[in-house]
Design a protein. Structure first.
Length: 292
């Protein structure tokens, strides 16, 4: 029933996410278990992205059921990826018109722009979601109700959890959901900030560490994803090899955390670790050519 056997890993991780909620809810808080559950919440965000591009099942019914499953742990209806990501981000790719543009407020790349980006980006993504729902209501009524029911299912899940035990609901349901939503926007920011949105091969930052990509379903390879958005996550490393030599070396980082430490913790005290905006460099060169 699965399109790709590799998605057995996806099912395993979704099952572990649900299991960790059950375990923690019934057996109490443990710091190691909680950290692991937050990591699993991040993988749910990645899975939401992957399933949105390449639905896991050959069966439409099973794909719809999986949409609801992911929605519960992702913390937002998964249909929203279509208007904000598929139809927008992949069309504009951090250029003007992209709801998730990284330089909307500032051209800088620091801890403040990083941490403020998810809230700002989320705000600008709400209107296209409403517009998309109106389109579905007018043109694809069945899909509209499937999408709306994702809101209903998520809302009931949270309300019931709060009614049973509001403290556990906040700790084991709502915080992991928000962590998932926050993390996926952080990923988008660091993958595009200070890259050159007009370049064919240098519009994204890649994280090539095998460990990072094992833990995040090959989500570190971002340039190739924009070239071939329909490719399954398990096939991305091989596809990346075909364009790896065309990407600027500084846009090929090893791991996620080494980059975070370097760019946002060490960089304020050591200029050599700061990222340089390829976008601003391009704009500056263009101005020089026009003035000459």
């Amino acid at each position: 029933m699965l399109k790709y056997k590799a998605d057995l890993k996806t099912i395993l991780f979704l099952s572990m996410t649900a299991s960790m909620l059950f375990i923690q809810w019934n057996f109490g808080f443990h710091i190691a278990a909680y950290i692991f559950s937050l990591y699993l919440a991040v993988t749910v965000a990645v899975i939401a992205h992957n399933h949105n591009h390449v639905p896991m099942w050959k069966s439409k019914f099973l794909n719809n059921v999986t949409d609801y499953w992911i929605t519960l742990f992702y913390g937002f209806p998964i249909f929203a990826w279509t208007p904000t990501h598929n139809k927008n981000h992949h069309k504009f790719n951090n250029r003007d018109g992209d709801y998730t543009i990284t330089y909307r407020v500032s051209e800088k790349n620091n801890i403040f722009t990083l941490l403020s980006y998810p809230t700002i980006s989320s705000y600008f993504q709400q209107n296209p979601i409403v517009v998309y729902l109106k389109f579905l209501y007018a043109n694809k009524r069945a899909k509209f109700f499937i999408s709306i029911f994702q809101y209903v299912t998520l809302g009931l899940f949270i309300i019931i959890a709060l009614m049973i035990d509001w403290q556990k609901a906040i700790l084991y349901v709502i915080i992991p959901q928000q962590f998932a939503l926050f993390s996926v926007l952080i990923f988008n920011y660091i993958q595009h900030v200070h890259a050159d949105e007009e370049s064919d091969y240098n519009h994204s930052r890649n994280f090539v560490s095998p460990a990072t990509n094992f833990l995040l379903f090959n989500n570190g390879f971002h340039t190739i994803h924009h070239f071939r958005a329909s490719i399954h996550w398990s096939e991305i490393p091989e596809a990346h090899k075909t364009i790896d030599h065309l990407i600027e070396p500084h846009l090929k980082e090893r791991g996620f955390w080494p980059y975070i430490i370097k760019a946002y913790i060490i960089a304020p005290f050591n200029k050599s670790f700061r990222t340089k905006s390829m976008r601003l460099e391009r704009i500056s060169k263009q101005k020089e050519v026009k003035s000459s």
